[in-house]
Design a protein around this ligand. Structure first.
Ligand code: SF4
Length: 371
């Protein structure tokens, strides 16, 4: 009987978006609002009611992974974390394999990490970005000494730690990125997420000015430097931007790319549940005014798109790749000839250089057959 109940459980990955930041990084185009104690309390009130309603709707649910990101989740007071975890507790009992919190180095101290560990957090993702003093100033991030201190505190608490790194930081050079990697590798992380600074569609003012100083060719060079350095250091390049020691690929990230179900809660969070995609409105004001099922009713659904094609596009971002028969044979031959893709054992994967031009080649490679 016990077995039958377990089998009917819905395994889910949960993303919690905490949209508060104490200040704005130069490159930021993510939804966030200034940190403020009262607002954070109202946010957690609304979040707890969304968690209750959204998980009740999907019951019985067993959370397999939780990822708390932002924004800056580590600005929240301990009491807010406790309320959040109390709401999650009924769904965390069995089978929770990975519980990650994104941590801002400036917020990290022994007290915070011990507290989060006690709540069940078993993985830390630390927003390092760069170990170069001028680079960090340009990015409007903390100084490298603060990064070093945070790394030591976090690594004293957890084994499973990831660092975020940015490529193409203005006023630094390639050798500075290599130095950042050398310092970080010396700390023994299990995972690195590496993002190239890339101008997006909707930028204005300061952010737009910041991106004018970013050189896309240097981003590309630094990406290839990173790939070869980390391969040499024994990391698996398991997704375009993600590298892990064997056995330490993020289960939460993999859930997205493998097309598993995930629920996002909090303003601007995206979900894919029961084959349907939806997102929450990117507005904290609207969010805090809602309770319970109003959150579910207010979701913005996005049911367009070709799910099979999207799944193949996601798989091509990873080292799983796709089956050879999903590819256009002529295009594949060309890409292999140019060193942008490889084909072994009937699987097609992109190379590091292929990942750099992912968006340009992916649709050409997939032989899209009309239904
Ligand atoms: S921490 Fe993230 S969300 Fe906040 S300002 Fe910086 S880049 Fe933006």
């Amino acid at each position: 009987m016990h077995h039958a109940v377990r089998l009917s459980m819905r395994e889910l990955s949960l993303y919690i978006h905490v949209p508060f930041c104490t200040r704005r990084c130069s490159y930021c185009s993510f939804y966030h609002v200034p940190s403020e104690t009262e607002r954070e309390r109202s946010f957690v009130d609304a979040l707890v009611s969304e968690i209750d309603a959204a998980l009740a709707e999907l019951a019985p649910v067993s959370l397999r992974t939780i990822f708390v990101g932002g924004g800056t989740p580590t600005v929240l007071a301990h009491s807010e974390w406790e309320r959040m975890i109390a709401a999650l507790q009924p769904f965390m009992r069995d089978g929770l394999e990975e519980f990650t919190v994104e941590m801002n180095p400036e917020d990290v101290d022994a007290n915070l990490v011990r507290f989060l560990h006690g709540l069940g957090v078993n993985r830390a993702s630390l927003g390092i970005q760069s170990m170069h003093p001028v680079g960090q100033k340009v990015l409007k991030r903390c100084d490298p000494a603060t990064n070093r201190r945070a790394i030591d505190v976090v690594m004293g608490e957890w084994d499973n730690v990831s660092f975020d790194i940015l490529l193409g930081v203005p006023k630094t050079v390639r050798a500075d990125l290599v130095e950042t990697l050398r310092i970080l590798l010396g700390k023994g992380p299990k995972h690195l997420s590496v993002y190239g600074l890339e101008a997006g569609g909707d930028m204005a003012g300061e952010v737009e000015r910041f991106f004018r100083a970013v050189d896309p060719d240097r981003v590309a060079d630094e990406y290839l430097d990173t790939c070869s350095l980390l391969a040499g250091a024994g990391f698996d390049h398991y997704e375009v931007s993600n590298f892990a020691r064997p056995g330490f690929a993020s289960l939460h990230n993999r859930a997205y790319w493998d097309g598993r179900e995930y629920l996002g809660v909090g303003p601007a969070a995206h979900s894919m549940v029961g084959g349907r995609r939806f997102l929450n409105e990117p507005s904290l004001d609207a969010y805090v005014a809602r309770r319970g099922s109003e959150h579910v009713a207010a979701r913005i659904h996005d049911d367009g798109g070709d799910h099979k094609l999207e799944a193949a596009m996601l798989a091509l971002r990873t080292n799983q790749g796709i089956a050879r028969d999903q590819c256009d044979a002529t295009v594949l031959e060309e890409l292999v000839g140019e060193g942008l893709a490889s084909a072994h054992d009937d699987r097609v994967r992109l190379t590091d250089r292929g990942y750099l031009v992912l968006n340009d080649i992916v649709l050409k490679l997939l032989s899209v057959t009309p239904c």
